[in-house]
Ligand binder design. Structure first.
Ligand code: PDD
Length: 289
C-alpha cells in the first residue's frame, strides 16, 4: 500500500519526508485528537460530505477548532487528489489534534490545531466480499462516547489484534452480551428479511456507510430496524454483515467458530453489496462470473 507524496497540513501541502512534529504533540501524548478515513474510487471521493460533517461533529464534541471551514476543507481535499495525481482506489486518512504544547492535561491556550491528511492506495477486498469472513466476539471496554471518532483507539486495536491472532477479520464488540459494533466497522443481523443494527446512540460510531445502508433499505422496501441484538441471537440469524469505508459491505459467515446461517453470504447482504457498488460507482463488480 503505497502512500502518495504530498500531505495536506493546516499550512499547505508538504512532502511526506518533510513532515516534522515536536515530541510534545497532544495527539502523540494524549491521543487528544480526532480523525476520518475517506474512501476514494478511481480518484473520486465517496461520501465526502458525510465524512466532513462527522469530522466537524467530532471536533465540536471535543472542543477542537478545525483550521479550515467546510468549504476550504473540500477544496483542499480535492487538491490532495490532483496534486498527487491519484487515479486509483485509495483511502485518505485525515487527523486533527489539539496541537503542540508543553505537556499538561488541561487545554493549552493559544495553541493551533495540527491537521494532516494523506492518501494511500487501497484495493477493494473483493475475494473476502465474495466468500465472507470470520469474526470473534470481544467485550466492548471502550468509553461511552464512541460517536466521536477519537484517536484513542487502544481498545479497538487490542480487539482487532485478538481477532487477527484468531485468524479472523473482525472483533464483534458487546456490552454484557448486547452487540454494539465492531473494532472498526458497524454490524447488522438479518432475520426473516429484516435488518437489525444498534441504534445510533453515543456508544457507537455513526458510520457513513451505515447511513447509506439505511437509505438502500428504504429504496428496497427492507426494514432497517435500529434495535440492538444479543450475541446469542447470532446463532439464529439468517445473515450477518458489517460495513465500513474500507471493508464496504462484508458478509460475516462465522462467529467464535460457529457458522452463521448457511455459512455463505446471504441474499440481503448480496443486495446491499450490489447497491453499494452502484452507489459508489465502482468500476469492477464482485458479482462478475
Ligand atoms: N473505521 N465503527 C468504528 C469503530 C469504526 O472505526 C468505523 C470506521 C466504522 C464505520 O464507519 P464508516 O462507515 O464511516 O467508515 C464503525 C475506519 C474505516 C477506520 O478507523 O479505519
Amino acid at each position: 500500500m503505497s502512500v502518495y507524496n504530498y500531505l495536506l497540513t493546516q499550512e499547505g501541502f508538504v512532502h511526506k519526508d518533510d513532515l516534522t512534529y515536536p515530541f510534545e504533540e497532544r495527539g502523540l501524548q494524549f491521543g487528544d485528537g480526532i480523525y476520518e478515513v475517506i474512501r476514494v474510487y478511481e480518484g473520486k471521493y465517496y461520501l465526502i460530505k458525510e465524512h466532513v460533517d462527522r469530522l466537524f461533529r467530532s471536533a465540536e464534541a471535543v472542543k477542537i477548532k478545525v483550521p479550515f471551514t467546510k468549504d476550504e476543507l473540500y477544496n483542499r481535499l480535492d487538491e490532495l487528489i490532483t496534486k498527487n495525481d491519484i487515479q486509483t482506489d485509495a483511502k485518505v486518512y485525515l487527523q486533527i489534534t489539539r496541537g503542540s504544547a508543553p505537556r499538561d492535561h488541561a487545554f493549552p491556550t493559544g495553541t493551533q490545531a495540527n491537521l494532516y491528511a494523506y492518501a494511500q492506495d487501497l484495493s477493494r477486498k473483493t475475494e473476502q466480499m465474495k466468500t465472507g469472513v470470520k469474526a470473534v466476539s470481544k467485550a466492548d471496554v471502550r468509553w461511552e462516547w464512541c460517536y466521536i471518532k477519537s484517536l484513542n483507539l487502544l481498545p479497538n486495536v487490542m480487539a482487532k489484534q485478538e481477532a487477527s491472532e484468531a485468524g479472523c477479520f473482525e472483533a464483534i464488540l458487546h456490552k454484557d452480551g448486547e452487540v454494539t459494533e465492531c473494532s472498526s466497522s458497524n454490524i447488522y443481523l438479518v432475520k426473516n428479511g429484516d435488518i437489525y443494527t444498534h441504534p445510533p446512540k453515543k456508544n457507537i460510531l455513526h458510520g457513513c456507510v451505515r447511513m447509506r445502508i439505511e437509505q438502500f433499505c428504504k429504496e428496497e422496501g427492507i426494514s432497517f430496524i435500529e434495535e440492538s441484538f444479543q450475541l446469542e441471537d447470532i446463532q439464529y440469524a439468517d445473515e450477518l454483515f458489517l460495513s465500513s469505508s474500507t471493508a464496504e459491505v462484508m458478509p460475516v459467515i462465522e462467529v467464535d467458530g460457529i457458522k452463521v446461517g448457511d455459512s455463505h453470504p446471504g441474499r440481503i447482504t448480496r443486495r446491499m453489496q450490489e447497491k453499494y457498488e452502484m452507489d459508489a460507482g465502482v468500476k469492477g463488480t464482485i458479482f462478475a462470473k
